[in-house]
Design a protein around this ligand. Structure first.
Ligand SMILES: Nc1ncnc2c1ncn2[C@@H]1O[C@H](COP(=O)(O)OP(=O)(O)OP(=O)(O)O)[C@@H](O)[C@H]1O
Ligand SMILES: [Mg+2]
Length: 152
């Protein structure tokens, strides 16, 4: 077995931060590349936004790009990832589970490490919908990580 590339999809939730600890630890031990992927939900870009006329679509997309990059840096700046780990940041638009699965298939990902839950935090389901669909459709093994215990 070889682990050369580990994919950590994140919505920046606490559970995905817990998953990052495992993904980063395994990347370090196996000298694998760590790919941190955030998918910006496409609906954000097309629906439900009340855009003031003064702001052009171009400015808005630029702002969102910048904000997305900032969030990614914030997520990675809390010391979970050792400096020795080669880390790649990827931000894409689309349906999270589809983008995660497709990216893994097209980029020789050996392992996906994913939180059982995400931002919506409804924990009475065994898995959140993104995690469930990724587990069902992934082209490689998936390691699931539960939310950190309360108070930790
Ligand atoms: N937009 C996203 N981009 C990348 N990874 C994501 C995204 N959304 C979720 N994930 C990954 O999937 C894990 C589980 O999140 P999921 O969305 O399935 O649960 P939830 O938000 O609690 O429930 P739901 O979205 O079904 O209401 C997260 O911990 C994260 O690792
Ligand atoms: Mg979710």
């Amino acid at each position: 077995m070889e682990l050369k590339r580990i994919l950590l999809p994140t919505d920046y939730s606490e559970t995905s931060r817990e998953a990052l600890r495992y993904a980063a630890g395994m990347a370090e031990k196996f000298r694998a590349e760590l790919v941190v992927l955030n998918v910006v939900n496409e609906q954000l870009f097309t629906e439900g936004l009340n855009i003031p006329l003064a702001i052009s679509m171009e400015t808005l997309e630029e702002d969102m790009q910048q904000e997305a990059t900032k969030q990614m840096e914030r997520f990675l700046s809390s010391g979970e990832v050792d400096d020795s780990v080669s880390t790649r940041r990827v931000i894409l638009q689309g349906k999270p589970w589809e983008v995660i699965t497709r990216w893994a298939g097209e980029n020789q990902v050996d392992l996906i490490v994913i939180g059982t839950h995400g931002r919506s935090g409804i924990e009475h389901f065994l898995f959140g919908s993104t995690a469930e669909k990724v587990i069902r459709s992934a082209p490689c093994p998936v390691l699931t990580v539960r939310p950190p215990a309360a108070g930790e």
